[in-house]
Design a protein around this ligand. Sequence first.
Ligand code: A2R
Length: 314
Amino acid sequence: MKEERILVTGAAGFVGRHMARELASVGHHVIPSCRTHGPAEAHILDITDRAAVDQLVASIQPDAVVHLAGLSFVPDAAKNPDLAIDVNVNGTIHLLRACQTHVPGARVLVVTSAEVYGLQPRPARIHETAPLAPSNIYGLTKATADLATLRWAADHGLHAMTARPQNHLGPGQSHRFVSSGFAERIARRSLAPDPLPLKRGNLESTRNFTDVRDVVRAYRLILDHGQAGQAYNVASPQTTRIGDLLETLFDIAGVPAEHEPHEPYFRPTTHPPTLAIDRLQIELGWQPTIPLRQTLDDLYAATLQHLRDTGAAG
Ligand code: A2R
């Protein structure tokens, strides 16, 4: 494969770090950009700064771009809609415009979210052609960024595509997300036993989880072989009950599964829609390869190691 120079925005984030490794593993040259800090070679770029985005794309002339910079946590977007719109919508448009101007032949993958479809289950599997009906501000910003990307492909001939992932998990994710949060609290208990049960919210919701390493492989396949102007759902064939996730992590840790409901953590039960992933599977030959148990094993091991390394246990 020809070595390409690929700009990865949001490179210091959870997915960004895995993405850089995935691209490098097949021989690409990764050019990371980060908001504040990152790898030594990273370009510091605030995606909301239109002139800075334009200047960076003009100077590095990437062959391709993976756009991961964004406000990624649903509650953050709800708390600060202006910022969410600025980062997720305007930031994406700055990048599309800069690519159109300076590297019109580049392939651009914009990562949005399955939240573009809304969280309510629908009777049938959701294909990429389904109407977008976000049910929160985060989904609204991602739906807008997604439509803008497809618009840029249609109107300006940019080889731009979108990926609409459901939940991903794996080593390195912020503890604000459910699986990493559970892993961190259980790992602490394994290092310093706690006589009180672990406090948790509603266990009855389900989510569709894919290992982040399978997710970034999907992104690479889309970037390399995806069709301009198309969206790609990224999801696992099965959903998982949050309670089962918790029980599995207790089992992996070898810590007694003692937990109790805690009112402030409670959210209503929700179930994700079922996404059709035929486009990714048939067109691009992608399959998830890492079973959930393996992902949780790796997540737990990395969490425990991190607590030991940083002396943060106890
Ligand atoms: O805020 P920081 O320093 O943690 O940087 C985050 C970065 N980011 C920005 N980069 C440039 N300009 C901004 N104004 C800006 N605001 C935030 O995006 C962080 O390093 C990165 C997002 O990484 P995570 O929060 O770890 O999200 P994750 O799971 O890697 O998701 C990547 C993308 C996001 O667009 C999600 O919405 C989507 O995949 O699902």
